[in-house]
Design a protein around this ligand. Structure first.
Ligand SMILES: [Zn+2]
Length: 484
């Protein structure tokens, strides 16, 4: 079917072209070549850097040459996901689309409306008749979906504009004005081991049934953390009975709230009933604290496959539990500017037991660079007090909401003119390319908006067709306003 008949025609024609070119993350070369050839066919200056990022420079419509340069930014790559019963090769097959009422979707695969529609809008402007704009730079980055690495390798001067419209958000009627930066910390606690006391047998204390979720987006819900629950249970257990920890493991990803954790312990046979009672009691208290959030939380004692010959000595066991009790998890601060936005948080994400000791991973996020560092410093400080070794990775930058931003005022005014109401202002507690671009190009004034896209990154991805026209109207009106 042809989608190029939809409105605005210039945009859908470009999107149809993009659908025909394979462009999953890491495989954007052909799409980059199309961008360059499109620019050439229109006598526009264009450049591709060594990373694959492309810039196309579009002169102002006559009489608006003195207007500020506006950067129109999107990413070239898409996520390639398909249903298992679909025979499709993302490296060579064009995306097949279908229309379902007001929605456009792909047949069993991701559609790539994220961010193909944004890119198509920028390209469509070049051909659109009657659109008034100042000088434009179309910036198409690569590898957004796999860690924002294309934006991370942009070189100074690649774009000259000081105002940027990111066309990669997915909610009509909302304008994004901020995102979180983040950094991971790895804590290694050296431990001393001793022979397991005679007469003890092994047990596994297992925490499961928690909801987990994305460590940025879902942290606001203050769900249970399996490592924290296990730590509290074990802390109560060791107070009541001699119980010797051999290992603790939990969580498997830095960016996921840990859903499961387990500890391997050695205890006297006669103590097992008492231990299980203490564990159940503590679990019930935690459930009450968590309200209705985690009704499936379960803490069970299971026999272990084999006995542990060695356990942590008393001092190491005490230090480990104190460290895990002390490390922060959850929301640290809410935003003052944006109601409902988490400003700073930490995910106590993983713990594993190795020969060297206990290895703990945390992931910290904040929309304010200094607040991010302050929380990471606190985590490091607590870890060092326990005698642990701390490694911090290089943080990626956030984007602090700027309510006085000039482009935000323009978008608000234009949105009210076109749609009769101001847009909702939003920010997310996760990474966006704007965070990185803001650091690469200091002083860049940015906002992000886009059409209505649902279920991106999955074969259910779909874009609302009328919303694309509304998105286009907003974009055109903003450029016209900026052209003066
Ligand atoms: Zn995207």
């Amino acid at each position: 079917m042809s989608i190029s008949g939809f409105e605005p025609n210039v945009l859908w024609k470009q999107f149809e072209k993009i659908l025909s070119i394979p462009h999953c993350s890491g495989n954007e070369k052909q799409l980059g070549e199309y961008l360059l050839s499109y620019a050439k066919s229109r006598n526009l200056e264009a450049e591709r850097d060594d990373t694959g990022n492309v810039v196309i420079r579009v002169p102002a419509t006559p009489g608006h040459e003195g207007a500020p340069v506006v950067v129109l930014q999107g990413h070239q790559d898409m996520v390639g996901e398909k249903n298992s019963d679909v025979n499709f090769d993302f490296n060579k097959d064009p995306i097949q689309v279908e229309v379902d009422g007001d929605w456009l979707t792909a047949k069993g695969t991701t559609l790539g409306a994220d961010n193909g529609i944004g890119l198509a809008a920028a390209l469509g402007l070049v051909e659109a008749e009657g659109v008034v704009h100042g000088p434009l730079e179309i910036l198409a980055t690569v590898d957004e979906e796999v860690g924002l690495t294309g934006a991370g390798k942009l070189l100074p001067g690649f774009v000259k504009g000081q105002t940027l419209l990111n066309l990669d958000s997915e909610e009509l009627g909302a304008v994004y004005i901020g995102c979180a930066g983040g950094g991971d910390t790895t804590i290694t606690l050296p431990v001393s081991r001793t022979d397991a006391p005679a007469g003890t047998k092994s047990l596994i204390v297992k925490v499961s049934g928690l909801r987990g979720g994305h460590s940025g987006i879902d942290i606001i819900e203050q769900r249970g953390n399996a490592i924290k629950v296990l730590t509290r249970v074990l802390s109560q257990v060791v107070k009541s009975q001699p119980c010797h920890i051999a290992e603790i493991n939990g969580g498997n990803k830095r960016n996921a709230i840990p859903r499961e954790a387990w500890g391997g312990v050695m205890a006297l046979d006669t103590a097992v009933d008492e231990i299980s009672g203490v564990a159940a009691n503590e679990m019930e208290k935690i459930k009450v604290e968590l309200g209705g959030r985690e009704s499936d939380l379960s803490v069970v004692l299971e026999p272990a496959d084999q006995a542990y010959a060695k356990v942590l000595d008393e001092k190491s066991q005490g230090t480990l539990l104190d460290l895990l009790l002390g490390l922060p998890h959850g929301v640290e601060a809410m935003s003052y500017d944006i109601p409902g936005l988490v400003e700073t948080s930490n995910n106590l994400a993983t713990i594993s037991t190795s020969g060297k000791g206990m290895v703990i991973g945390t992931s910290t996020r904040s929309s304010i660079v200094s607040a991010l560092q302050a929380l990471r410093d606190r985590i490091s400080g607590i870890a060092r007090l326990a005698g642990a070794e701390v490694k911090e990775n290089e943080p990626y930058p956030g984007w602090k909401p700027d309510l006085d931003s000039n482009i935000l005022q323009v978008v608000k005014k234009v949105h009210a003119d076109v749609f009769g109401k101001e847009p909702e202002m939003k920010a997310i507690h996760a990474g966006l390319e704007c965070g990185i671009i803001g650091e690469k190009f200091p002083g860049m004034d940015m906002v992000s908006f886009g059409p209505w896209i649902e279920h991106p990154h999955s074969p259910e991805e779909r874009v609302n067709i009328p919303s694309v026209n509304s998105f286009w109207q907003l974009l055109v009106a903003v450029l016209q306003e900026m052209a003066g």
